[in-house]
Design a protein around this ligand. Structure first.
Ligand code: ZN
Length: 344
């Protein structure tokens, strides 16, 4: 009897799906009055989507900056450790070997990442402290300017053209030295060029989309995608900036982004960085939602790809669109694992 499509999805998910961008720590911090939040709010959905590894990002909302940035980042890490201690389903991993060990025990491996170096202020020594706390991947900026550089705007042009500051360059050099994966998500086009110029290792973009389908400087051009490919890096496709048009924010358009990257740099260069954010957005008041949309953009969440349990929808659609088993395994798992093995 031939394998059903659901059986094929399960087989392709056996090694675990890797999502390199998840805003978990800030949500754990916001729910700090509760205990066992991972167990009650997250484990079922993550397991339903066969998630094996997740990059969990430290991110600071504007209201904490600048004075409370370091403190809130440390609080987020504290919540993450407390929650993982209480939940046998999870492990915080610091190396490729620890990821393999966690997966052998069927634990979901968390890799601590940082989205914007605001917690460091302009103190390079703190990068070492965060490394000791488990930080293993870092992007220099979110949208706003910080001591390292500027983010790319949610607009087709107009991002600052200064590139990296001297501090930003120091952070990049120190990441290469320590073994913290350099992530070019969010960085301005000029900053992107600087990082490419000054590094040699396979840099990544944990969560982004192609400007072909959503033309803002927060996303990436054909040339930028090629530069990541030439470096042997990997691009995680983001599920929240799939299209500026609500009617085109679909699962098929998400797969179009994957195909676009694959066609430019090959299947070894494309993976997943879902950035599932709808659950946080829905927890906000209407005023907060409007403020977010005015500041960034109207994020059109993809109905069939809005949470981790939906990753099975993605795999099913990749099969329907003609991707081979080998290609799907690379997208879901093997490409990120290759990066982890190279860096960690
Ligand atoms: Zn982001």
């Amino acid at each position: 009897m031939s394998e059903s499509i659901d059986e094929r999805v399960s087989r392709l998910h056996r090694q675990g799906v890797i999502d390199m961008h998840f805003d978990l720590p800030m949500d754990l911090y916001d729910k700090r009055e509760r205990q066992n939040v991972l167990a009650t709010d997250f484990v079922e959905d993550l397991r339903a989507g066969d998630i094996g590894v997740a990059g969990v990002a430290l991110y600071l909302e504007d209201r904490y900056l600048p004075e409370m940035g370091l403190r809130r980042a440390l609080d987020q890490i504290a919540r993450l450790y407390l929650e993982v201690d209480a939940a046998p389903d999870f492990a915080i991993c610091r190396s490729y070997r620890e990821i393999l060990e966690a997966r052998q025990k069927n634990k979901i491996a968390f890799l601590l990442t940082m989205e914007g170096v605001e917690p460091l202020g302009n103190d390079l020594d703190l990068l070492r402290v965060f490394y000791e706390l488990g930080l293993r991947s870092l992007c220099l900026t979110h949208v706003r300017r910080n001591a390292a550089g500027d983010g790319g705007l949610f607009a087709a042009s107009g991002s600052p053209r200064d590139g990296l500051t001297p501090f930003g360059r120091d952070v990049i050099r120190e990441c290469e030295r320590l073994g913290i994966i350099i992530d070019l998500a969010h960085i301005s086009p000029a900053g992107f060029d600087h990082i490419i110029e000054m590094t040699t290792r396979p840099v990544i973009i944990s969560h982004t989309n192609a400007r072909k389908y959503f033309d803002i400087e927060r996303n990436v051009t054909v040339e930028q995608i090629r530069q990541i490919g030439e470096r042997g890096g990997v691009i995680g496709v983001n599920a929240v900036l799939v299209s500026p048009k609500k009617e085109e924010a679909t699962l098929d358009r998400y797969v179009d982004h994957i195909e676009h990257v694959r066609d430019l740099i090959g299947i070894d260069g494309v993976a997943i960085g879902f950035d599932f954010f709808e659950f946080i957005f829905r927890q906000w008041s209407v005023e907060e939602q409007v403020a977010f949309q005015n500041k960034f953009t109207h994020a059109h969440f993809v109905p069939e790809l809005g949470k981790h349990s939906h990753s099975r929808n993605l795999t099913r659609r990749l099969i329907e669109r003609g991707f081979t088993d080998d290609e799907i395994e690379k997208i879901l798992f093997r490409n990120w694992m290759r990066v982890f093995e190279q860096w960690l």
